[in-house]
Design a protein around this ligand. Structure first.
Ligand SMILES: [Zn+2]
Ligand SMILES: [Zn+2]
Length: 267
């Protein structure tokens, strides 16, 4: 497969790293709240992108990532795969890369990072300045770790590009903060929940392999890049999140009905 056959809308690829490898280290599958199965994700990356490395980072599970790893080992893919997880710490989301076992959720950020390092993994602060609690109190755990945690904990990298739509302001503020105060390796990831979003945010690094990527994070030689969505890709995302909201609403409503039923039965 010709690795330069890039079908993505990729106008922003300007890099200081000659012949850089390209990694999307933040993706979701249907093992958490993403749409594609691990197989669908791998097929998409192989056929529709020019990514050299991809990490599967489902919310609080490695099931999808481990399944992807199994399929990847059995197949003949031209890209490398990293087993990861987006860990819900008490402070906010932390991406674990190069892990073998799941990291428990709802621990302090400090303990989460320690557990990731204990497995020999890398800890990346995901969308660190994202705060959703003022929009929806139920979404508290979708926040990033925030400035204080970012400054006090030894993260290996900071996601200065999160490829979700509407993240431009947070990304700009995170980049400024990292370049003036934090000085960690800069990473970019799509946070893709649908396959069309894969690569809408990626990390460039010297080399081509997952181990080259790892070395680049450790040596802080990475570069984060964002790409723009096409209108039809955005529309797919809006539809996906719309359906997810309806499902959540249904679950909440159904949950309430179920809770009420025994009482009405008794009366
Ligand atoms: Zn997140
Ligand atoms: Zn995510």
């Amino acid at each position: 497969m010709n690795r330069h056959r890039n079908k993505q809308h990729d106008t922003a690829r300007q890099t200081l790293i000659p012949g850089a490898g390209k990694a999307d280290i933040h993706t979701h599958t249907n093992a958490s709240d993403g749409k594609p199965s691990p197989m669908e994700l791998l097929k998409h990356v192989e056929e529709k992108t020019d990514l050299d490395v991809i990490a599967v980072t489902d919310h609080d599970t490695t099931t999808g990532a481990l399944e992807a790893q199994k399929l990847h080992e059995q197949g003949d893919y031209r890209f490398d795969l990293i087993v990861g997880q987006e860990v819900t710490s008490r402070a906010g989301h932390i991406i674990a890369l190069f892990i073998e076992k799941p990291i428990p959720k709802e621990r302090s950020a400090e303990e989460t990072v320690r557990l990731i390092h204990e497995q020999g993994g890398l800890a990346i602060a995901a969308h660190p300045l994202l705060t959703l609690k003022h929009i929806d109190p139920d979404m508290l755990t979708a926040d990033g770790v925030g400035v204080d945690t970012l400054m006090s904990i030894q993260f290996d990298g900071v996601e200065i590009i999160n490829g979700s739509p509407l993240m431009k302001d947070e990304n700009t503020r995170t980049r400024m903060l990292n370049r003036t105060v934090i000085f960690r390796a800069e990473t970019g990831g799509s946070d893709a929940h649908i396959k069309e979003a894969v690569g809408k945010g990626y990390t460039l690094f010297p080399g081509r392999t997952a181990q080259d990527f790892r070395k680049a994070v450790e040596q802080k030689t990475t570069e984060a890049v964002s790409t723009t969505y096409r209108a039809r890709e955005l529309l797919k995302y809006v539809r996906f999140f719309g359906k997810m909201k309806i499902r959540e609403f249904g679950k909440k409503a159904f949950g309430k009905i179920r809770k009420v039923r025994p009482r009405t039965a008794k009366s």
